[in-house]
Design a protein around this ligand. Structure first.
Ligand SMILES: NC(=O)c1ccc[n+]([C@@H]2O[C@H](COP(=O)([O-])OP(=O)(O)OC[C@H]3O[C@@H](n4cnc5c(N)ncnc54)[C@H](OP(=O)(O)O)[C@@H]3O)[C@@H](O)[C@H]2O)c1
Length: 256
């Protein structure tokens, strides 16, 4: 049976980059999105470019576990038991100021980034147990450890997801299912291209490498955890952030 991967939020940006990385290796690729049409188009692009089987699914955080189970059942009906689940989609919870954010908006971020991922991981694990092996990869963030303004729910959700990653690694090890997390810093998305704030202007002041990640950089790290290349690694974190996490303070050039 051919290898297969399911990636959430894989129509654009990092998720699509991850889909391309697995497709290059010959995996069948399942694309998740909140919109069926977008998922179908992305799947078609993957098939046309890489000649692998690809299929799109509507898979979002408003769906019940039963509805999500139907997605995994359909993959099985297509002849695939998943080798890898990549939990990439995220509610970014931008501009959630602590004193004013509603409990509903805070909860939505926690629900999508943690509870929905918990449900997806459980459904994927059932596939993998039947297969006798598997790998679950969380696309996390270095904001699990270090904070940026007005992102309280996002940071909390990413820290919580790391705890969940370790607990899953522990509980699923006996089924030969590995669970790991990639922690990007900033990624060159379309959002970054339109971001002319201080961090863009002063990039080399706070990352030792003076550059930020491309989709390929993140996809390579995800592929490492997702494939047999890391067959003895579980419960691990790989930070891909140009060294941003280990730099204590910005290096500001002295006035001459
Ligand atoms: N960009 C960065 O600088 C950065 C830095 C650190 C970590 N990360 C992490 O890397 C991953 C990918 O980030 P990105 O910037 O490439 O992606 P992105 O395009 O902003 O988001 C990924 C996808 O998640 C889906 N999504 C958004 N809100 C959702 C919701 N409420 N419920 C379900 N799905 C939702 C969307 O797909 P659909 O519209 O197709 O549903 C979206 O395209 C995320 O986990 C993010 O936290 C990103």
């Amino acid at each position: 049976m051919k290898k297969s991967v399911f990636i959430t939020g894989a129509v654009v940006n990092t998720g699509f980059g991850v889909a391309e990385r697995f497709a290059k290796e010959g995996y069948a690729v399942f694309i998740g999105s909140r919109k069926q049409e977008g998922a179908d188009e992305a799947a078609q692009k993957i098939t046309e470019k890489y000649g692998v089987f690809a299929k799109g699914y509507k898979a979002d955080s408003t769906m019940s576990e039963e509805e999500l189970k139907a997605v995994f059942d359909d993959m099985k009906a297509e002849g695939y038991l998943l080798d890898c689940l990549v939990l990439n989609a995220a509610n970014l919870g931008i501009r959630q100021e602590f004193l004013t954010v509603s409990v509903e908006d805070f909860s939505d971020v926690i629900y999508t980034n943690m509870i929905w991922n918990f449900i997806l991981a459980r459904q994927a694990a059932l596939h993998m147990m039947e297969k006798g092996k598997g790998s679950i990869v969380f696309v996390n963030s270095n904001t699990a450890y270090r904070c940026i303004p007005d992102r309280i729910a996002y940071s909390a959700s990413k820290s919580g997801a790391l705890g969940m990653m370790r607990a899953l690694a522990f509980d699923l090890g006996k089924y030969n299912i590995r669970v790991n997390a990639v922690l990007p810093g900033m990624i060159k998305t379309d959002r970054w291209e339109n971001n002319y704030n201080n961090c863009r202007a002063a990039l080399s002041n706070y990352t030792p490498l003076g550059d930020i990640a491309t989709f390929e950089d993140i996809a390579n790290a995800v592929y490492y955890f997702g494939s047999d290349e890391s067959r003895n690694t579980t419960g691990a974190e790989l930070v891909v952030d140009g060294g941003n996490m280990i730099q204590l303070y910005p290096i500001v050039p002295e006035d001459k």
